[in-house]
Structure formats: C-alpha cells, structure tokens
Design a protein around this ligand. Structure first.
Ligand SMILES: *Cc1c(COP(=O)(O)O)cnc(C)c1O
Length: 231
C-alpha cells in the first residue's frame, strides 16, 4: 500500500516542472497515508473539510513543516477555524467571505495566503467569481490588507471536455494577467491553482503553478463522502 503510493508520488512529482507546486489532496486519506507522502518529500497537503483536517493535523503535529491548503467550499461560520488551521485558502469565492477572513486575520494577527476562486464557464455546482464580478470587486479586495492575495484558483465544470478544460485554464491565466497589470497594492496574481487528477497536464501546459492531486496519488475515494464534500 504505502510503496504503491510512494511510487505514484515520485513518478508524478518527477513529471512536473520544478516550478509547479504539488499539493497532495488527502481528503479521506488517513494520517498514516499523509506520513507516507511526507516521507517522500511532500510538504503541501490539501483538505476540503475543516473537521476532517483537524483530526489529522492533531495526529501530525510533529511534522511541523507541513503547509496545509484549504481547498473546499468555506462557510462563513468556519472561517475562523480555517485560517487558524490552514496557511493557504484556495477557495475564497466571494467578497463577503474575503472581508470576513480579513477581519478575522486582523484579530488573530495572521496573514493567510489566499487564492480567489473563479468560475470561467457556467456551473450550477460551483461557486466562485465570474470574471466581470471579480474585476468589479477588486477595489474592495485590495482593501483586505490582512490577506495575502496570491492568485486565482479554478475548477472546470464536472465532465468538461479537454477543449473546455483548456479554455477554462487559459482564460484564468489571462484574467490573472489582466489583474496583475492593474498594479493593485495588495493583490498579487503570481499563482494559478488549477489542475486535478484528470486535467492537471493541461493545466500545467496552460501555466498552472499549483496542482491539486488526490485520486492519482492515493486512489479512488468513496463516492458518497466525496459528493457530500461537494455540497
Ligand atoms: C478533491 C479535490 C481535488 C483533487 O481531486 P482529484 O481528482 O482526486 O485529484 C482538487 N481540488 C479540489 C478543489 C478538490 O475538492
């Protein structure tokens, strides 16, 4: 079991350009599995549920150089826990949430790293800014001085074709470039968090700087729990 995972991680890691950060998505994977991945050099781990992550983080406190990435839908009432437990939030998907996180970060005297989640194609199952809405919200986001806004995150609609995926990734990169060129004082657009097990190669070709990989490293998850985490 663990040697299989080790081999998969090493193979995928060596297939990625050095500049691309591999985030191992460990939802439904045990703390033991996380230790295996850590042992072969993974330091970035992604989780999509606060509660599930908390119990693993408690078991892994000795691995103090792990960076935890929150990648799930973040409800406002869990915002405080999220910034206490995670150094990166990839799924900040609306202005109100960003402002709430900013306020909490100020109280806690921390400055979490943030990606803004954008929705390039219509998708009833996903949240996220449309491109025009994000552009309109930039002045308010620029005021969120306690957040380190680093880039954009996107997930193509479930079941998209390769061509649609490429379109989504390219538009996301172009949008980030457009925002970067506006020279906001508090908004950086160097990071593109895009690419999952089924589409990460296309995402890397389109300029992804962070890929979020679960299934391809750790195997299939149970469908029931996965569907819940998508709610
Ligand atoms: C589960 C999840 C992933 C990993 O998906 P795989 O297809 O298993 O690689 C990546 N990003 C987000 C936001 C997820 O929820």
């Amino acid at each position: 079991m663990s040697s299989l995972i080790r081999d998969r991680i090493l193979t995928i890691r060596s297939s990625l350009p050095d500049s691309v950060r591999l985030i191992a998505v460990t939802k439904q994977a045990s703390a033991e599995i996380i230790r295996c991945a850590y042992a072969v050099g993974i330091r970035d781990f992604g989780e999509s549920r606060i509660q599930e992550a908390a119990s693993k983080q408690a078991q892994l406190q000795d691995l103090s150089d792990i960076t935890w990435h929150f990648i799930g839908h973040l409800q406002s009432n869990k915002a405080k826990k999220a910034i206490e437990q995670f150094q990166w939030l990839h799924s900040v998907d609306n202005l109100k949430l960003a402002q709430r996180l900013n306020q909490l970060a100020q109280q806690l005297k921390i400055s979490p790293q943030v990606c803004l989640q954008v929705k390039i194609l219509p998708d009833p199952n996903k949240l996220g800014w449309s491109a025009p809405q994000l552009l309109a919200d930039l002045p308010a986001l620029d005021q969120c001085k306690n957040l380190q806004i680093q880039g954009l995150m996107t997930i193509p609609p479930f079941g998209s074709s390769n061509l649609e995926n490429i379109t989504v990734f390219n538009h996301t990169r172009e949008l980030a470039k457009e925002i970067q060129e506006q020279n906001w004082s508090n908004i950086q657009m160097q990071q593109l968090s895009m690419g999952m097990s089924g589409d990460y190669k296309l995402a890397v070709q389109a300029g992804a700087t962070m890929v979020r990989l679960g299934t391809i490293l750790f195997g299939e998850r149970s469908a029931e729990i996965d569907a819940k985490s998508r709610e």
